[in-house]
Write a protein that binds this ligand. Structure first.
Ligand SMILES: [Zn+2]
Length: 142
């Protein structure tokens, strides 16, 4: 089982779309990522009635890595609905692309699964070629 299959198998059980209550709908997109240290973290999307609380599966997995492992760098990531991604269905949205880059600019090298069957991937840098971050980065004194 290659790493992509490990990631796919880690996320797949999380796919079971459901109403959590009258306001929250979840589990209709799932994600798994491999951190720099090699750990696998997962997430599923959470959608709210007002919309402002929505969290994509990718950001939930990123926060799972950050809160439980203290890591910010992602080697590779896969997200999908009921089946493994083919075509551009698994591409992260703009907010998730930004989140990945702001958590760690080295995530420009993150491999994103495009087509699971052929193992075609794309890097975040290819999706965000002129990211504004380096010009706007806050300088720290500590
Ligand atoms: Zn997103």
């Amino acid at each position: 089982m290659d790493i992509w299959e490990q990631l796919y198998q880690a996320a797949k059980p999380l796919y079971h779309p459901e109403d959590v209550n009258q306001f929250i709908y979840a589990h209709n997109v799932v994600c798994a990522l491999q951190s720099r240290s090699g750990q696998i973290y997962t997430g599923f999307c959470v959608e709210s009635a007002c919309g402002a609380l929505n969290l994509c599966a990718e950001r939930v997995a990123l926060l799972d890595m950050f809160t439980h492992g203290g890591e910010t760098q992602v080697q590779r990531i896969i997200s999908f609905r009921d089946a493994a991604p083919s075509g551009v269905g698994g591409m992260p949205c703009g907010v998730c692309r930004e989140a990945l880059l702001e958590f760690n600019p080295a995530n420009r090298n993150t491999q994103i699964m495009v087509d699971y069957a052929t193992r075609q991937t794309i890097t975040l840098d290819e999706l965000m070629p002129n990211w504004w971050g380096p010009a706007k980065a806050r300088t720290t004194t500590d």
